[in-house]
Design a protein around this ligand. Sequence first.
Ligand SMILES: [Fe+2]
Length: 189
Amino acid sequence: MLKNIHPIQIGTYEIDLDKELIYAVMQDYLVEPILVLQGGLSSYQVARESDFFLFDARLNSLLEQIYSKLNEYTNSIGLAPCRVNGSWFNKMEEGGKVNVHHHHGSIISGALYVDTPNESSPLVFSNPSRLNRMMEVYPSNFFDFHHEPVAEGKLILFPSWLEHQTFAQRGKRTVISFNTEHTNATNTF
Ligand SMILES: [Fe+2]
């Protein structure tokens, strides 16, 4: 008998997007290149909370939907509740890539796909156990990379420490991302 131990749980959910509103709000935010993106622009910044994209009052109903899925996810995996404490959006050009990274200083991170071309590049999660293996040889890299398909309106929630990346885009793509902290941090230790 085989047992999967220490599984890593990611969540995938559907969000109703008001794309017209989202794009209208995006126009009010500055975007610039950031190190982790190749061929893309981001509104990511270390700034006042009020500058975080999802905290824009015009996006309250979107944030509510995200909270409903975030709560569902943390409940399902037995994690204390989390709240969004930072958010931004990325606009990727055709051929653009997101280098492998994780979200330092966050608990659960999310990626909400606003626009994805057909056959868009998946979100690729690395297997953290590969760093501990020394001599094993597998006939393929199946165990080391999980390719999660993306689609418009799809929200992917994952542990922030889990490394991820996106290979070259097959078209333009817009993604809203966010980080979280525990809602009541004093209860988590
Ligand atoms: Fe990321």
